[in-house]
Design a protein around this ligand. Structure first.
Ligand code: SF4
Ligand code: SF4
Length: 111
């Protein structure tokens, strides 16, 4: 399914995640328990729908919150390139990005 509301603050596409599909997680935007996530907290505080809206950092590469050790580890394990995902959202818009990810059935652009 393609749904722009399933694009996480960090650029992951929750609509292609097994946990979401199996109804074990409501997705990043609805997951109020994810208070540990600095990216999510930052976007909510700034009223951004993702880091692609960030006014402070033109490129997510510059942001220490975005490039925190946990997200780096996850990127390594899952070979996900969330910087590329955020760049793609900036380029095409969230709706088109959701369509592309849903069509490919992937959670992010791969490294
Ligand atoms: S890392 Fe943070 S912003 Fe990304 S999906 Fe998880 S909770 Fe959401
Ligand atoms: S790029 Fe960094 S500062 Fe900008 S919204 Fe994302 S986490 Fe916040």
């Amino acid at each position: 399914m393609a749904d722009k509301n399933l694009v996480a603050y960090c650029g992951l596409y929750c609509g292609a995640c097994k946990k979401f599909i199996n109804k074990k997680c409501a997705g990043c935007k609805e997951n109020v328990k994810a208070t540990w996530c600095k990216i999510r907290t930052c976007c909510i505080e700034n009223k951004y729908s993702s880091c692609a809206d960030c006014a402070t950092y033109k490129v997510a590469n510059d942001c220490k919150k975005f490039n925190n050790p946990i997200s780096k580890l996850f990127s390594l394990i899952f070979k996900s390139d969330r910087n590329a995902s955020i760049a793609r959202i900036k380029e095409t818009g969230t709706e088109q990005y959701a369509i592309e990810m849903a069509k490919k059935n992937v959670m992010s652009i791969k490294k």
